[in-house]
Design a protein. Structure first.
Length: 136
């Protein structure tokens, strides 16, 4: 994955909650990522197909198209199938994590995510350097 012309890697955040999208944008942009947003799986797929992101962060429970369905469709697309994906949800059972991974997620985070966990996962999945201990 490569950085784009405007800075760091492009992250598409797909969540129906405006507060979650705003939080993710603030945290990720603060870490050097360029963030785009979508409010459901359908809009997320449309945005991803228009401009393929370097990473997708998708909520499980959304209207119109949930995160599981979005990831399954994403994984069938020849251009998007290898885009790393983080699924984020309030669901915390092992079965929820397993279902996310089976749908195509590379990582699973339970809401609310700690900022450093979100950034570390995004950096790992986009091949960016991790912050070293003691570094800002």
């Amino acid at each position: 994955m490569s950085a784009n012309d405007t800075g760091g890697p492009r992250v598409l955040v797909v969540d129906d909650a405006v507060t979650v999208r705003a939080f993710s944008r603030r945290v990720l942009e603060g870490a050097g990522f360029v963030v785009d947003e979508a409010v459901n799986g359908i809009e997320g797929l449309e945005r991803a197909m228009a401009v393929p992101p370097d990473l997708v962060i998708v909520d499980v429970n959304m209207r119109k198209m949930d995160g599981y369905t979005m990831l399954r469709v994403l994984r069938r697309d020849p251009v998007l199938r290898d885009v790393p994906a983080i699924m984020i949800s309030t669901e915390a059972k092992d079965s929820d994590r397993e279902q996310a991974l089976l749908a195509g997620a590379n990582w699973y985070i339970v809401k609310p995510p700690r900022p450093e966990v979100l950034v570390e996962a995004a950096r790992l999945l986009t091949g960016q350097p991790l912050a070293t201990e003691g570094a800002p």
